[in-house]
Design a binder for this molecule. Sequence first.
Ligand SMILES: Cc1cc2nc3c(=O)[nH]c(=O)nc-3n(C[C@H](O)[C@H](O)[C@H](O)COP(=O)(O)OP(=O)(O)OC[C@H]3O[C@@H](n4cnc5c(N)ncnc54)[C@H](O)[C@@H]3O)c2cc1C
Length: 384
Amino acid sequence: MYDYDVIIVGAGPAGTTAGYILGSYGLKVLVVDRSRFPRKKLCAGCLTHKTIQLLQRVYGESVDSLKERGVIDYESDIYEILYRDRPLIKRRYPLPFYFVDRTVYDNFLLNKVKGAGVEVIEGEAVVSYELLKNELRTSSRRRLRARFVVGADGVNSIIRRTFATGPFNQRLWDKNMATALEVFVDRAVIDRDIGHPMILFGFIDYGYSWVFPNKGQILIGSCGLNRVNRKRFIDSFRELLSYMKLDGLDDIRIESHPLPSGGFLTEPVFGNTLLIGDAAGFTDPMLGEGIYYAQRSGELAAHAIYRAMKNNEAIGEVYNKLLHEIILPDFIYALKLRGIVFGYLNRFQFAPMRILFNLFGDIPVEVVHGLRTYKWFKKREKVS
Ligand SMILES: Cc1cc2nc3c(=O)[nH]c(=O)nc-3n(C[C@H](O)[C@H](O)[C@H](O)COP(=O)(O)OP(=O)(O)OC[C@H]3O[C@@H](n4cnc5c(N)ncnc54)[C@H](O)[C@@H]3O)c2cc1C
C-alpha cells in the first residue's frame, strides 16, 4: 500500500538527521529535496556545544573528526557583546563556538544519510501534498505514498501549509516572523583582524546583529522581527556595514532569508505527518539558533516514528510529549526573556545592558551552549 515507511521532505539538518536515524533502524526511507547538493543555505553557521554533543551522540563524530573532514571551519572560545560600537562584555569560556559553512555541513549530513541506506532524490521539489492520504506529488510528476511523512522543508514548508485547518495558527506565525540579512566579506577587505564572534545590539529592533569569523571570510548579519522593523531592515543593515567600515564597497551583495522566531507549533503532528526544524518554527525565539533545534527535533521525530512502528504507540502523543519535555520549555521561556531584553532593556540602551551582562557573567553563554535552561537559568543535570 505504501512506497516507503517514511518520506522526508527536505534535506537540511532536520531532514538528514531524522533520515539518518530511521535509515540506521533499517526502515525504508526516502529523502527528497528540491536542490541538488552541495547547495547553498543562507546561515551564519554557528554551532553551540549542544550541537556538538548531538553530532557525537547521533553520528559518533567528535570535534577532531569534524575538523579532519573539513566540516568545522573555525572556532573561538572568546566572544564579545556590544551595544553598537560600545563594548558590553568580552569573555573567554572553555567551550568554544564552532563555525561551519552550510554548503559543506549540509552535504556532509546528506552523505551520512546515503551511507545509512536511505534513498535520496535531489533536484526534485514536492509540489503538493494530500495530508489525509500521506501522498505527495513531485515536480517530475511522481506520486509517492508513505506510512509516515516528515515535513523538514524549511521556513516556507509546503507540508506545513496543509496543516492550515489543524494545529497551525497563521496569525501567530506571521506575528513572529523575522528576516535575517547577511553578507560574506573576504578577510582582506576588512581593516581589522576579527578572531572571535561579536554580537551587537542596537542596530535592529527585536533582534541583534553579528560579526562571525571564518577562516577566509567574515560573516556580517542582522536579524529582527518583521512587524517592528518593516522598511528599516536595509537602512539599519547599512548602518551596521558602515560601523564595519564597509559602506564604500559597491559590489557587496546583501542576501536575506526569513527566519521563524517565536511562532513555533506546539503540536506539529497531524495524523501520520510530522513537522521538524524550521518547518515547525523550531528556532530559539531569543537568538534565532536553528541548526541544533532542527537536528534535535529530527532526532525526536525519528524516535517517535520508530516507537509507533515497533510498539504501535500513537505517533502524535509520543512526538508531542518528547517536544514538550525537551525542546518547548526552552522556547517558552526564551520568548518571555525576549520581551524583557528587546522590549524593555534595549530601549534603555547601553547602561542597563552593561550592568545586566556583567551581573550574569557566564550564565548567558551557558544557556546558549545548553548547560542551563532558559527557565530561571537552572543548571541542567544532563545536557540533552
Ligand atoms: C541569515 C541566517 C543566519 C543563521 N545563522 C544561524 C546560526 O549561526 N546558527 C544556527 O544554529 N542557526 C542559524 N540560522 C537558522 C538555521 O539556518 C535554520 O534554523 C536551519 O537551517 C533549519 O534547518 P531545517 O533543516 O529545518 O531547514 P533548511 O536548512 O531550510 O532545509 C530545508 C530543506 O528543504 C528543502 N525544500 C524546501 N522546500 C522543498 C520542497 N517543496 N520540496 C523538496 N525540498 C524542499 C530545501 O531545499 C532545503 O534543503 C540562521 C538563519 C539565517 C536565515
